[in-house]
Design a protein around this ligand. Sequence first.
Ligand code: PLP
Length: 398
Amino acid sequence: MKNGITHLYIPGPTNVPDRVRRAMNVPMQDQRSPDMPDLTLGLFRDLKTAFRNGSGRVFMFPSSGTGTWEAAIQNTLSPGDKVLMARFGQFSGLWVEMAKRLGLDVEAVEVEWGKGVPLDAYERIIAADAAHEIRGVFVTHNETATGVTSDIAGVRRLLDAHGHPALLFVDGVSSIASIDFRQDEWGVDLAVAGSQKGFMLPAGLSFLSVSEKALAANRDNRPKMARSYFGFAEQIAMNDQGYFPYTPPTQFFHGLRVSLDMLFEEGLENVFARHHRLAEGVRRGIAGLGLKLVAAGPEWYSDTVSAITVPEGVDANQVLRIAYERYRTSFGGGLARLNGKVFRIGHLGDLNEVMCLGALAAAEIALCDAGAKIVPGAGVAAANAYYREALAKQRDDG
Ligand code: PLP
C-alpha cells in the first residue's frame, strides 16, 4: 500500500503539527546574536507555565529524555545516597538501572506490571526512615510500556505526612503537556519531560523543571556526583541571559515556540480533557473487541497510551508487522517481558477523534490478518458511540 499517508500511533515521537514543522524550517542563525534572548527567555517562562512551576526554573537540554534523567540525578545527589524507586515497566526499570550505575544506593520496589507507584510500600519505607537517610524519592508518572499513570499527589501527601525532606523526582516524559501535572501543588522537585510526546516536536530536546528546593540542593549540599555537560551552574549562568553554554538547537526553539502557543491557545485544561476523551474512546474500542489492557484497573489507566494484550495464540509482533507493512500504520511494540504479547496505541499529542477511530480500524484489520478472532468494526463502533456522546455533552455544556 503506497498511497496516502503513513499513520503514526506510537507513544512518541508523536505527530508534529504542520504549524510546528513550518516554524522549524528557518535558516541557521547566530545562537549568540543580540536578539536570541527575545526567543529563548519567552520559552523558559512559558515552559514554567506548562509544568505549573511558579517559583523554580526549567532547563532545556539538547538530549532525549534519558539524558535529562541523568541531569536530575547528577545535579542533586552524591554517589552512595539512598533513594527510593519503583519498577513497574520498562521505563521505570531503566531509571532504576541508571541510578544504580551512577552509584546511588537504590531501594527499588518491584511492582506487578499493570500497576503504578505503590503508595503503601512507599509509605512503609518512608515511615521507617526516621533518620531521613533517603535523599530522593522517584516516580514514573506515566509508564509508557504498560499504559499506567501513577498518583504523584499521593506520594507528596505521604512525604508530607511523615515530614520527610527527600527530593521528589518525577519522570513526566509521556505525561507532561498531555495529562494533568502540577509541579508546585504536588511539590515535585525535579520533573523530566521530552520534546517528542506532548510537546509535539521531534525527539532531541528535553526539559528539566526544578523547584527552589532542588536548586538549593544543587547549590548548598554540593552534590558529589560528577557532572559537566548537564551541570546546573553552567546552564544558569548562561540561561539567565537567554543563552546556552554550548551550541543550542535553534530550530527546535522556533518549533517549541509554536507548540507552546498551540497548547496555550487550546488551553492546558482543554488539552488534558481532549486526551482523556480520546483515550477513553480507545479504551471503549478495545473493550468492544473483547481485548484487555495491561493496566490492572481504571485507577491506573493512562490517557496517553494504551497497552493491549493480544488474544492467546496471536503474536503481537506479527500484528505490528502486518499493520506496518500492509496498512502503513505504526503501533508501539510490547517492551521487555511484554514483547510478543502486547501492542500499544499512543493517543497523545496532535490527535483527534477520527485519528483514534483510524487507529482502532487499523488495529482491527491487522488483528484479523494475524488470526485474532475478533469482530471487525466492533472496536470502531464502541469508540464512535462514546465520542459522539462525549462531544454532544461538551456542546451541551457550552
Ligand atoms: N521515560 C518514559 C516514561 C518514556 O516513555 C521514555 C521514552 O519513551 C523515556 C523515559 C526515555 O526518553 P527518551 O527516549 O526521550 O530518552
